[in-house]
Design a protein around this ligand. Structure first.
Ligand code: AMP
Ligand code: GLY
Length: 416
């Protein structure tokens, strides 16, 4: 098959790499670090299958446009993508489908929002309704900070129209889990679970980011937990969507918190996670193109398979990320990093300078994935490779998967 991947980040590089094991792949627009990148819009490319990476073109209806032209597309239409485009609507779908989630309210004015904050138990979560590049969420124990977020969001100062409606939730606690479900409108199959690290600094310090690293498998989320998420979360959601006339063919990314009272759905994304994709897909042992084409055609007939090993991804970010980012720094050491056994380096915010050298061009620049027989080995390889890479201001977390490795050490064999 010829597969066209839409997007330009590390997720798309990973999709292209894993699809490329069995198929011809072009990436639009891609970036100078992704082989097969072309500067042609997807609508002008002839391919057997289109895989849309980011949420923005999905929310804007690119999948609908391609389907209207008779193409086979993996990715929901604008109707389903609204799950990510509007958190208020997503919460309503969750409640209607009976999926366990945080208690919440939706607000467009400050006084009722303050009043709802006063009913919460000391951990406050304020979210923009609309898309905010993973940054429109404040989680805090400080009521004044939560109220300030309400003011900033509603005024449009922080995120424009995306914040003029907001969702306030009770704060939940526990390990987080990402389950990416591949859906064909009726059926869904789970990819291997992953855990993402959202905060910029070690020990979960600092502001939220798009994701600073990930690992898979997740020792606290065995097959039973994933099965429960599929049965009690994804399946009722797909069926609620069908009741609304939405034929959802794409990834339903379930972002969960494993709370003391069971898994609760924090959010859905309507696409592959970034950097979860860079840690989950390299472990796939079946044909990704075949799976996504079957989903796009409404005809999934088998579950994907994964290796028994582990993978750890460490994101290398540019100076300033997640705030104002400096770009244009030459990236050194890529070849040496790629020379480490079991390592793949995926290019995200990467450009090229006048001499054709790869330079930083965004906040999250590279995702460095190490694979090995267990999390400790995978982690060691990822960080060994990261050690070869440099540019001025590069920063990364040092503790990706470290707690899981320590727990596995304390409980040998507990790392499945
Ligand atoms: P979201 O964009 O909804 O995924 O939120 C981003 C991050 O904020 C999540 O990955 C969590 O780390 C955190 N978060 C979101 N909702 C809650 C909640 N109800 N309780 C605690 N943390 C949350
Ligand atoms: N890793 C979080 C996301 O893709 O939204």
């Amino acid at each position: 098959m010829k597969v066209c991947v839409v997007g330009s980040g590390g997720r798309e590089h990973a999709l292209a790499t894993v699809l490329g094991r069995h198929h011809d792949v072009v990436v639009t627009p891609g970036n100078p670090g992704i082989p097969g990148s072309v500067d042609t819009p997807a609508t002008a490319i002839e391919a057997d299958l289109y895989v849309i990476g980011p949420e923005a073109p999905l929310v804007a209806g690119l999948a609908d446009e391609l389907r209207a032209a008779g193409r086979l597309v993996f990715g929901p239409g604008a109707d389903g993508a609204r799950l990510e485009g509007s958190k208020a609507w997503m919460k309503q779908v969750l409640v209607d489908a009976g999926v366990p989630t945080a208690r919440h309210g939706t607000f467009t004015t400050a006084d009722p929002a303050y009043a709802f904050l006063d009913t919460l138990d000391g951990l406050y979560v304020v979210k923009t309704d609309g898309l905010a590049a993973g940054k429109g969420v404040v989680v805090t124990t400080d009521l004044a900070e939560a109220r300030a977020a309400v003011d900033e969001y509603l005024s449009g100062a922080a995120f424009g129209d995306a914040g003029r409606t907001l969702v306030i939730e009770e704060g939940l606690t526990g390990p987080e889990l990402s389950v990416l479900a591949v859906c064909d409108g009726t059926r869904a199959v789970a990819l291997a679970p992953a855990q993402d690290f959202k905060r910029v600094g070690d020990g979960d310090a600092g502001p939220n980011t798009g994701g600073m690293g990930a690992y898979s498998p997740v020792p606290v989320a065995g097959d039973d937990v994933v099965a429960m998420v599929m049965e009690e979360g994804v399946a009722p959601t797909l069926s609620a969507l069908r009741d609304l006339g939405i034929d959802y063919r794409g990834v339903l990314y379930a972002g969960l918190m494993l709370t003391p009272s069971g898994p609760k759905m924090l959010e859905y994304n309507v696409r592959f996670g970034d950097p979860e994709t860079q840690v989950v897909l390299p472990r796939l042992t079946s044909d990704l193109g075949e799976l996504l084409a079957a989903a796009a055609a409404g005809a999934i007939d088998r579950a994907p398979t994964f290796d028994d090993g582990a993978a750890v991804t460490v994101v290398c970010a540019a100076e300033g990320y997640p705030r104002d980012v400096r770009t244009g720094d030459v990236i050194d050491g890529l070849d040496a990093a790629r020379g480490v056994d079991g390592v793949s380096v995926f290019c995200a915010g990467v450009g090229a300078d006048a001499e054709g050298r790869l330079v930083t061009a965004g906040g999250r620049v590279l995702a460095v994935t190490g694979q090995g027989p267990d999390l400790a080995a995978a982690r060691g390889r990822a960080y060994e490779a990261v050690g070869h890479i440099s540019w001025p201001g590069l920063h990364h977390r040092n503790d990706i998967a470290s707690a899981a490795v320590a727990a596995a050490g304390a409980d040998p064999g507990g790392n499945r």
